[in-house]
Design a protein around this ligand. Structure first.
Ligand code: GLN
Length: 538
């Protein structure tokens, strides 16, 4: 008998990467949640980094941060945006973390002289991590997405762990396998052979898929479904089509039409309960498809060649746009290419601007130039983390006349270090997981733009930084019109700045984009879009 009631769904991928396992997992979770099940999603990443915190965004896109301070894969952002439920450290596991744990145990002598091996020690640790979420007792179903593609050398221990769990009488689980069905234009045919091979490859590792999700650019006819079912040992109703969608938010509706949730529940031996009520979700989609207004928002960053580097900002703008019945077009502006000479040309048609988070010197002067343009031209401005720090530097240089103002991240000898290393950071030398991470309280000043947005005097937001506003300068700033409207109650750190001589100018040391969800768009983004709309109509 199962030791607890949690059931597990493993999502694997075959044929190619980038088929959207994260979105399929999140969509399935959404539908199960709508049927009254308590669901969470976990991502297993087969790389050796302990977490993506030290990765350049060009590698895997944005590093997402959970409330409990884990630096994670960006898929966790999708999970939260779809489910409106917080994820945690336990929701993202990497090979690096698994090995680190096993090796530490070996050093402690925990293996009692045994040879430590991939099987059973690494696979046992993988299984333990998978079951951690189930053992909390908080979830009826845990969906575990296995990163990478079946057949990759680095995924093998994960697939082996799944095989063992499928044979474990204490664990109820199924495998959903996602593959690609390519279309050959010359013969006008959808080809199923890559899918057959992929299912076979999984089978060679001892794992039979229970449900197949076929990514396709063309409708899959009945006979093709029947063929796939026959060759892949899968019941026909468990062959699911996943056609291209206009937006990732349409996928739950497509999966509902395909009955993915029903098939999964049937295979898990769970009652269907009520038909999912995703009315609010559908209303969101309807508003997304029928905007009344259009805005162009500039996003100033240095990783814009890979849009995934700013995925949570992108999604938060979509959510806030829908809330304002506005289609938000993002104008991606490379901070490295922005100069005093071309800034007007690049920014004059914008309705608002966001200066993005970031690390290091590259592109920072361009960000400061963008801030100056927004400040002088009354353009609604939202600076996030490094973007807020740039707003502070710009104000110091151009309003307070402190030409040598900078962040000590870039210039340790800055004449006026208006942004400097946090006290708690001074003794830290290791790079991984050592920033100020996760959710912290912030006291919001009543008469402020921030309060207008949050409607609360105490908020909590997620952080990921080492540097902060230097309070030595606060009086000078406030006298000249830049106030600190949000302060950390314990440490006195400035978390929000606002320019009082501007219609809507806000810089935040935290990352509001991480907590915007489809059904709960983030209030700062909502107000930023509202302000941009207002300015655009002037
Ligand atoms: N590099 C800055 C810091 O460490 C900002 C970080 C960020 O934008 N996430 O404080």
């Amino acid at each position: 008998m199962p030791d607890n009631k949690t059931k597990y769904v493993f999502v694997t991928g075959g044929v190619t990467s980038s088929l959207g396992k994260g979105i399929i997992s999140a969509s399935l979770a959404k539908l199960l949640q709508a049927r009254g099940y308590s669901v969470t999603i976990q991502k297993l990443d087969p790389y050796i980094n302990i977490d993506p915190g030290t990765l350049n965004p060009y590698e895997h896109g944005e590093c997402y941060v959970t409330e409990d301070g884990a630096e994670t894969d960006l898929d966790l952002g999708h999970y939260e945006r779809y489910l409106d439920r917080k994820t945690s450290q336990a929701n993202n596991v990497t090979t690096g973390r698994i090995y680190q744990h096993v090796i530490n145990k070996e050093r402690e002598g925990a293996y009692l002289g045994k040879t430590v091996q991939v099987i059973p020690h690494i696979t046992d640790e993988i299984k333990r991590r998978i079951r951690l979420l189930g053992k909390t007792g908080d979830y009826d179903i845990v969906i575990t997405e296995i990163g990478g593609t079946v057949g990759d050398i680095e995924s093998l221990p994960y697939i082996e762990a799944v095989r063992q769990l499928k044979w474990d009488p204490e664990v109820d689980c199924i495998v959903v396998h996602l593959t690609l069905v390519p279309y050959l234009a010359t013969s006008g045919e959808l080809k199923t052979k890559p899918t057959q091979h992929s299912v076979k490859q999984l089978l060679e590792s001892g794992v039979q898929a229970d449900v197949l999700v076929l990514r396709t650019e063309h409708t899959i006819p009945e006979d093709v479904r029947r063929k796939v079912a026959l060759f892949c040992n899968i019941s026909k109703d468990a062959v699911i089509e996943s056609a291209n969608a206009n937006t990732i938010y349409e996928v739950p509706v497509l999966m509902q039409k395909e009955k993915l949730d029903q098939v999964v529940l049937k295979k898990l031996d769970l009652p269907l309960r009520e038909e999912p009520e995703i009315q609010q979700w559908k209303r969101f989609l309807h508003r997304l498809d029928n905007p009344q207004n259009h805005l162009k928002i500039g996003l100033i960053g240095k990783y814009i060649e890979l849009k995934d580097s700013y995925i949570s900002i992108n999604e938060a703008l979509i959510h806030a746009g829908v809330e304002n019945d506005t289609q938000v077009e993002i104008d991606w502006i490379h901070s490295e290419l922005l100069t005093n000479e071309n800034v007007a040309d690049k920014m004059k048609d914008l309705d608002g601007v966001i200066v993005a988070p970031g690390f290091g010197e590259r592109g920072i002067e361009g960000k400061i130039i963008a801030v100056e343009y927004a400040r002088k031209n009354n353009m609604p401005f939202l600076g996030i983390c490094l973007g807020m720090q740039c707003a502070v530097i710009e104000f110091a240089r151009n309003v307070l006349g402190k030409k040598g103002a900078h962040t000590t991240e870039i210039n340790e000898q800055a004449e006026d270090p208006v942004i400097f290393l946090m006290e708690a950071q001074k003794s830290i030398t290791e790079k991984g997981g050592t920033m100020r991470l996760g959710a912290y309280d912030c006291a919001v000043q009543k008469d402020s733009i921030a309060f207008d947005a949050y409607q609360s005097e105490l908020i909590s937001e997620r952080h990921r930084h080492r540097f902060e506003f230097n309070n030595k300068y606060l009086k000078d700033f406030e006298k000249a019109g830049m106030k600190a409207s949000g302060i950390n109650p314990e440490g006195g750190m400035v978390e929000i700045v606002e320019n009082v001589n501007h219609p809507w100018f806000v810089g935040v040391q935290f990352h509001p984009e991480y907590s915007s969800t489809v059904l709960n768009p983030h209030p700062l983004f909502v107000k930023f879009i509202a302000a941009s709309l207002k300015e655009s109509l002037k």
